[in-house]
Design a protein. Structure first.
Length: 178
């Protein structure tokens, strides 16, 4: 079950003898599908390692009755590099570049054995041009021992869209205002 909470403001209070208020019009609600990628392995080096990874910006769309056709998944360029290492503190730079818009929820990091590494965001960066968008983060985490490979998973939202929802609601005020 998904829930939406809507907040609003009134320019003025209703009349003192009002028993209810009617809200009528349309709401524009952003919607998206939450997705996650499989784990991708990157050798952890000081130089950048780039991979083309398929991520779909499209929801599956119905065509001709009950047949559902998934649209082509374009490749996005993932870049991972070791930004800095001080003893047992690592900082890695991860980014996603694409011709399509994505909303990144979280980069998840794992060691070579698939154990999750808890990280925190040190900084973020990005660039947007007419045909390309790049979003990236510098993630910091402690790790004991060598870390020759880093496995990376991305949690993201796809097919971000605005849906118009008609609204016609009566809200009771619980009696007269005093």
């Amino acid at each position: 079950m998904n829930k939406v909470v809507v907040y609003g403001e009134c320019l003025r209070l209703p009349a003192a003898d009002a028993a209810w208020v009617r809200l009528r019009g349309t709401l524009r609600v952003p919607v998206a599908r939450e997705r996650e990628t499989p784990l991708y392995e990157f050798p952890l080096e000081e130089k950048e390692v780039k991979k083309d990874v398929p991520l779909s910006p499209y929801a599956e769309r119905e065509q001709k009755g009950d047949i559902i056709v998934a649209e082509e998944e374009p490749a996005c360029e993932w870049t991972v590099s070791l930004a800095e290492r001080k003893g047992e503190e690592f900082a890695v730079r991860v980014s996603l570049g694409s011709e399509h818009r994505f909303m990144i929820d979280e980069w998840q990091l794992f060691d070579g054995k698939g154990r999750k590494i808890d990280s925190s965001v040190l900084s973020f960066f990005g660039s947007v041009s007419e045909n390309f968008q790049e979003d990236g983060y510098v993630l910091q985490f402690p790790y004991q021992g060598e870390l020759p490979v880093l496995k990376v998973k991305l949690l993201y939202k796809q097919h971000v869209d605005i849906v118009t929802v008609p609204v016609d609601v009566r809200i009771g005020l619980g009696g007269q205002r005093k």
